[in-house]
Design a protein around this ligand. Sequence first.
Ligand code: DGT
Ligand code: CA
Ligand code: CA
Ligand code: ZN
Length: 587
Amino acid sequence: MAEVTKDQVAEILEHIATMLELKGENIFKIRAYQNAARGIETFSGSLAQVVGEGKVAEIEGVGKNIAERITEIVLTGNSSYYNILKLEFPPGIFAMFGIVGMGPKKIQAVWKQLDITTVEALEAGCKDGRVAGLKGFGEKTAANILKAMEDMKKHAGRFRIGDVATEAEAMREDLRSLPEVIRVEACGSFRRRRETCGDLDFLVSTKSPESVSEFFVKHEMVESIMAHGATKSSVRLKSGIQADLRVVTDDQFAFALNYFTGSKEHNIVMRQRALSRGWTLNEYRLGVDESPKVTPQPVPEIRDETELYRALGLDFIEPELRENHGEFAAAEAHTLPRLVELQNLRGCFHNHTKESDGRNTLREMADAARELGMDYLGIADHSKSSVQARGLDEARLLAQVAEIRALNEEYAGEFRIFSGSEVDIMKDGALDFSDEIMAQLDYVVASVHSSFQLTEAEMTARIIRAMENKYVTMLGHLTGRLLLQRDAYSVNIGAIIDAAAATGTIIELNANPRRLDMDWRHWAAAKAKGVKTSINPDAHHTSQLAYVSFGVCAARKGWLTRDDVVNCLPLGKVEAALAAKRGASKK
Ligand code: DGT
Ligand code: CA
Ligand code: CA
Ligand code: ZN
């Protein structure tokens, strides 16, 4: 049996808490499981070891009863309590948690009062008025649930890159480790670092296709086999995503790599450029066109993608740029940007601690940031109006500022925590803290967390008013979108970019893989106006600091260089960048 991971244990505990909520159990019992789940997630030691020593109850947040459950899970990979509990619920009911707005209370109400136990039945109940008729629901709630279900269906079959990256990289590296594999890549939208992927497209070159295909379909991450051939196989992985494997010879690899990386739109232009030279290009070769429109040049020998692009009169185009969004003109003119890289980042600014809705302490977050090689970390816990996230009032915020100052003395210049706040933008564009309070912070991230239903004009004016405050250093998650779950609210992004340029406000690139907001398609316009970004993980846990890598992918798709990203600045310079707007403004 493979060792049970902390995440797996925490997930079972979370599920138990959810089921207890559905049963209407008392809140302390529910909290106990939730706290234990958090304790396990943040526990830094070895679970196997504490189980062996009988010391599970010493883990923070874990009581004696739950320690026994955890011990069972670690030893057997299973929980008998969890299994028995599950039997009390209709199996379809858990899928309802995937619908935005459906929490345990609402699910319990439709289940107990209307006998609705599946997503399909819920849809019917919303349409025929039964759900609207429930106490505490009403027409508006029923309409919101229907809308959320439509959004969910629209996205069915796609996966956020953050949910498949681990599997994609593990499969690629496991294929790479086979002695018979010559070259390997995970192509398609994953290699182009799109925010979502429809499927994964693995490509391998080898002299023994059968054994590689065999390895692929029998991999431990495979849930089911859909097709199994020598050169083409398809499987479904544990996450639910389909993965295809193509096997080619090594002299075909460069062409197949280029073709299967795409995008389709990029490929079409590549093929046209080949034709205009009297050649044909497909996934296997570059050859002489049988009825060329021009006198063909001799076909050069091509071993990799750089040589393929060169043959077509182009500089190498990074996979992230292959969307036919202007990369051909730039590659021909040798003006492609040198894209920002993960190792250029020196720190990041939008992070939460236990003080609001994060899971770790200040010190734990700072230690984790140092571990990742960062030189500084910005803390921006929620402000007081974000009640559900335990937002800080003025007194708690100022206490945190003092705590940060004390920690910074310890670091003695080796590392620095910047004190900030994620300040709510109120419905009318006012800010949740006064200027006097914000002046005591190193920076402010201003975000919309409420009143998403405003018209585009109202929302745009609201956000611009917030940007006009000189203490608003940067704008958090501009559109509020949750990938595959919740669409962006209406906002005029062009007008926001203009206002950011006029006021000197940074626009965050929220790197949480559920957000990736502002979208990569808008960064070229922002960059052209001189707007800077900060690639921020919006980390609520030490492990989420690593989200910055997804943000870097999105920034690269947006053609950004290290000069466009304030958190590429070294510690000695970043402070001035944060203070620039305050200093310049006369207000
Ligand atoms: P996805 O899977 O929907 O996230 O997006 P992709 O880009 O990975 O698309 P996929 O998996 O259907 O195909 C992988 C690549 O193969 C695609 O990026 C370009 C190439 N390709 C597939 N179908 C066509 C086609 O009809 N024409 C051209 N030119 N290329 C294609
Ligand atoms: Ca694909
Ligand atoms: Ca595919
Ligand atoms: Zn936020």
